[in-house]
Design a protein around this ligand. Structure first.
Ligand SMILES: Nc1ncnc2c1ncn2[C@@H]1O[C@H](COP(=O)(O)OP(=O)(O)O)[C@@H](O)[C@H]1O
Ligand SMILES: N[C@@H](CCC(=O)OP(=O)(O)O)C(=O)O
Length: 368
């Protein structure tokens, strides 16, 4: 951990705001002090995933707690994101460092061209010595395409930039074997296998009116990152320096998997499918066992109003999800193509209809 060169640090709203609501400039500065020192060493790079846009926008808009409706959350995020980045800009300037704002949606990150763009921009910022400050693009995301929680976004960003380490900072110094407010609960120092966590009381509520997802989303995010080969430290913001220096702190999640191919991890975790295709038995075998592309001939039915490029679920005839993929046709185009061979379609409708419905490079299996 001490040698981790490229580190993604995620900080939650609860660690950036005051009890009265609004951004806590002192806490932002304290975090930046630690990050700037780490990033100031040769060969070290930081990508910061920062929540707090909604929380920072509440007080300026006269709101006392996080609104339930999406429209007001988006308005708060719009006001708060500006304030948040202004604060980071001023704070990193004390160290002569620039910051670059990067706002992502799940839609951006599962589409091939957008994914490459995100990868390139983050890499460029880092190579120019700037600190990318990433958040979800809350003001334009709809409920359906929202990540909704930055823990998962941070895990996917860690994978995207091929980070050596993911540090999740919260207001609690690690994962506990029960709600830490309950006397007698103990911190878990290491997690070697997510199965070790089964049966633990892991709360889904964050600090009232501020954070989202509680510990549940952190544990899920740690599972995604560790499963993709990125070790994770989960600790409190006050221990950020320890985590970056490789000193023991919080809960350490050992990597459990190998680094998977780029975009497919995003496809599996970032996006909610906008529709579903039902595959006949032969097509399930072809896609799952032989890892081929999905052709119209093997599709028995479809549901949902998707557009070309959207993520869809691939199901067997019993309705079980077997894979997820990016579809190459709009839902309204597909019915007349189903069950027909690509050669026949190309002859009848033109060469554009020879294409796969889901290309195997855009397909991720959900069970093996
Ligand atoms: N088993 C657990 N271990 C640690 N914290 C837990 C657990 N269950 C629930 N929590 C709560 O989760 C909270 C952190 O979630 P949240 O407020 O959403 O964080 P953030 O805003 O940093 O993303 C902690 O303050 C703690 O009260
Ligand atoms: N994108 C949202 C943060 C969503 C979120 O996951 O919040 P948190 O649980 O505090 O990390 C915002 O900036 O307000």
């Amino acid at each position: 951990m001490r040698d981790a060169r490229r580190v993604v640090v995620k900080i939650g709203s609860s660690s950036l705001t005051t009890a009265a609501g609004g951004l806590d400039a002192d806490r932002v500065d304290a975090l930046v002090d630690v990050l700037a020192q780490h990033a100031g060493r040769p060969d070290r790079e930081i990508v910061l995933v920062s929540s707090g846009a909604i929380a920072a926008g509440l007080a300026p808009l006269g709101l006392t707690k996080r609104p339930r409706d999406l429209a007001r959350q988006q308005a708060a995020a719009s006001v708060g994101q500006g304030l948040l980045v202004a604060r980071y800009t001023a704070s990193f300037a004390r160290y002569g460092r620039r910051v670059g704002q990067v706002l992502l949606t799940s839609d951006d990150t599962s589409r091939r061209a957008h994914y490459r763009n995100a990868y390139r921009t983050l890499g460029q910022l880092l190579s120019m010595g700037a600190v990318p400050v990433v958040n979800e693009n809350d003001t334009v995301a709809t409920d359906e395409i929202r990540f909704g929680d930055n823990d998962r976004l941070a895990a996917l960003v860690a994978h995207l930039v091929r980070a050596d380490l993911l540090v999740l900072l919260s207001d609690v110094d690690g994962l506990y074997d029960g709600n830490p407010a309950t006397p007698g609960t103990r911190r878990i120092d290491q997690v070697r296998d997510p199965a070790e966590l089964e049966g633990l009381d892991i709360g889904s509520a964050g600090r009232a009116g501020v954070g989202t997802g509680g510990m549940v989303t952190k544990v899920e995010a740690a599972g995604i990152a560790a499963g993709a080969g990125v070790p994770v430290v989960l600790t409190s913001a006050v221990h950020a320096a320890d985590a970056l220096a490789g000193r023991e702190t919080g809960t350490y999640f050992h990597p459990t998997g190998r680094r998977a191919a780029g975009r497919l991890l995003w496809l599996a975790h970032a996006s909610a499918p906008t529709g579903a295709l039902t595959l006949d038995e032969g097509a399930v075998r072809a896609v799952v066992e032989r890892r081929t592309s999905l052709l119209p001939a093997g599709i028995a039915g479809l549901e949902g109003d998707f557009s070309a490029g959207d993520p869809v679920e691939l199901r067997d005839t019993a309705g079980r999800a077997v894979a997820r993929g990016l579809v190459n046709f709009d839902a309204k185009e597909l019915p007349r193509l189903l069950g027909r061979s690509t050669r026949e379609l190309a002859r009848e409708l033109g060469p554009a209809y020879e294409r796969e419905v889901v290309h195997r490079d855009d397909l991720v299996l959900l069970r093996s």
